[in-house]
Ligand binder design. Structure first.
Ligand code: ADP
Ligand code: MG
Ligand code: ZN
Length: 518
């Protein structure tokens, strides 16, 4: 970081738009879905025809209340909608129905979330959470369209959008990312938004200013058009540098809106304060004030799923996992669900096989260590998920969902069971996992097809060990003369002779015994 960057402190506040996962649009019955033939999910209401009346989607309000409760927001008793007037071709009515403090109380005020800050935890306060309608999508110069024309797709028009506005409490681009990641995590946990930034169902405008520490807030610049966490960080870094240079050269920052250009890695001015829209907000006369009953809010609160922090803490308490592991496992809800499904399977299988052995079913006495109980299994599952599963996912360029579908939790549990029972070694288990990811087959099937069952038969192993020792009389003599390091060499030979299938623990014991001269 440059000296200049240290001289100033950056101040950031984010406005995050989340498309809600309702079935239908906010003021009409048209379905909500991504993509599709343009202008097929439209009706007179979302097309803004004269004379139509909007009817508020109850579920959209419910989802907003859910989010408010998840971030300790204060849910309003009455909430109202306002018209935000501006002209744009993708806005057929000439106004967007939104909520604005002075013309319509937002659904939630205050609250906040804690993030991992630059120096310790940082609490980012929220200003408000409100509901509004999505505009249409303008299409310029996209493949399949005439480059000389502009097109408009109204499928998206009227999709419910929840806007979450933070106070200017964020202090660096990295903190902005942490904040956005945290919001996305909560949105996904409570099931109100899929959080997909690439598809635009989660979007963010960033407001940034700089100041000398202790000074009042500086003039802000708003940045739009960033469609990933990474590009938001880059845009903020660029903008902070730009403002720093300006001030260092004796200039002033002017309040304006700038657009991020990902290819050029720069922001460009879009409009200044003089050109700023005067939205002429006023209460929407077509919509009645929403009265939010306390009993409804309580009901929504009772149905709220376990939130990431609570789940993380429970993973620590219930499964005895270290906090950083628990945090990674609860990073997203599907991963946390996968983990718990796998642990409950693993524990179930252990209990069943233990019962089977007690009944004298498993002859041969090859089962290894005593089961480590729930915590032991959980630790094993966690280790495998956070190292091997992630490795396989990256090596195969898969997303998490695809991998979890290829290797469902009960398959991983079965694999870990096979290793625990000594049927295959941990090393071979990793190869089996690779094949499982490629084929979607169960571990039993892969082990069977590839003949990978571990050799745990004492007689068979003894034969191999005797053969190796007979082939290397010189090394045996050296070992007996004190060069005990050679044990590893013999071990390697046995493993090579058995294609890695020998039970290492048994081979080790056999070698020690034989080399001792018994
Ligand atoms: P509104 O749009 O509601 O009138 P503002 O434009 O003041 O309010 O705030 C919009 C966003 O800009 C908020 O997220 C807020 O945190 C942020 N913000 C406000 N002032 C500053 C500032 N000086 N520097 C950076 N961000 C700011
Ligand atoms: Mg604003
Ligand atoms: Zn419609």
């Amino acid at each position: 970081m440059s000296d200049a960057a240290i001289k100033y402190e950056s101040v950031i506040g984010l406005e995050v738009h989340a498309q809600l996962l309702t079935n239908s649009k906010i003021f009409c019955g048209c379905p909500v879905a991504f993509g599709g033939e343009p202008n097929t999910r439209v009706c007179p209401i979302c097309l803004g025809m004269p004379g139509v009346l909007p009817v508020l989607n109850r579920r959209a309000v419910e989802y907003t209340i859910r989010m408010a409760l998840a971030v300790d927001g204060r849910v309003a008793e009455t909430s109202a909608f306002a018209r935000k007037n501006y002209f744009y071709p993708d806005l057929p009515k000439g106004y967007q129905i939104s909520q604005y403090d002075r013309a319509g109380e937002p659904i939630s005020l205050a609250g906040g979330i804690e993030i991992e800050g630059e120096d310790g935890p940082r609490f980012v306060r929220l200003r408000r959470i409100h509901l509004e309608e999505e505009a249409g999508k303008s299409i310029h110069n996209e493949p399949g369209y005439d480059p000389d024309l502009s097109y408009i797709d109204f499928n998206r028009t009227g999709v419910p959008l929840m806007e979450i506005v933070s106070e200017p409490d964020i202090r660096s681009p990295r903190e902005a990312s942490a904040y956005l990641a945290r919001l996305r995590q909560i949105l996904q946990y409570i099931g109100v938004c899929d959080g997909n930034m690439e598809e635009g169902s989660l979007r963010c405008d960033a407001n940034v200013s700089i100041r000398k520490p202790g000074d009042p807030l500086g003039e802000l610049v708003e940045i739009k058009n960033m469609n990933s966490m990474r590009s938001m960080e880059r845009a903020l870094e660029f903008e902070i540098d730009r403002q720093t240079e300006l001030l260092d050269d004796g200039g002033t920052v002017v309040r304006q809106t700038r657009l991020w250009n990902e290819e050029k890695r720069k922001t460009f001015p879009m409009r200044s304060k003089e050109e700023a829209h005067d939205y002429r907000y006023f209460p929407d006369p077509d919509l009645v004030t929403v009265e939010i009953a306390r009993s409804w809010v309580d009901e929504i609160g009772e149905d709220l799923p376990e939130l990431p922090d609570a789940r993380m803490q429970r993973f620590v308490d219930e499964y005895g996992l270290p906090q950083d592991m628990a945090r990674k496992l609860t990073e997203n809800r599907t991963r946390a669900d996968y983990f718990e499904a796998c642990v409950s399977k693993a524990v179930g299988d252990t209990a069943r096989s233990a019962a089977g052995e007690a009944a004298g079913e498993a002859a041969g006495g090859t089962s290894s260590e005593a089961p480590g109980g729930v915590a032991g299994d959980a630790r094993t599952v966690s280790n495998w998920m956070l190292s091997e599963l992630l490795r396989v996912q990256h090596e195969n360029h898969m997303d998490q969902g695809t991998l979890e579908a290829r290797i469902p939790p009960d398959h991983l549990a079965q694999l870990l069971g096979q290793i625990k029972e000594g049927k295959i070694s941990g090393k071979i288990g990793k190869d089996v996992l690779d094949t499982m990811a490629e084929t979607g087959k169960s571990p039993a099937q892969v082990i069977e097809e590839q003949g990978l069952v571990q050799i745990s038969d004492t007689g068979e192993l003894e034969g191999v060990v005797d053969g190796i020792l007979a082939e290397h009389p010189g090394d045996v003599a050296e070992y007996r003369a004190g060069k005990t390091k050679l044990l590893g060499f013999f071990m390697g030979q046995v493993m090579r002779a058995t294609q890695g299938k020998a039970n290492p623990k048994m081979v080790n014991e056999l070698l020690q015994k034989k080399l001792a001269g018994h």
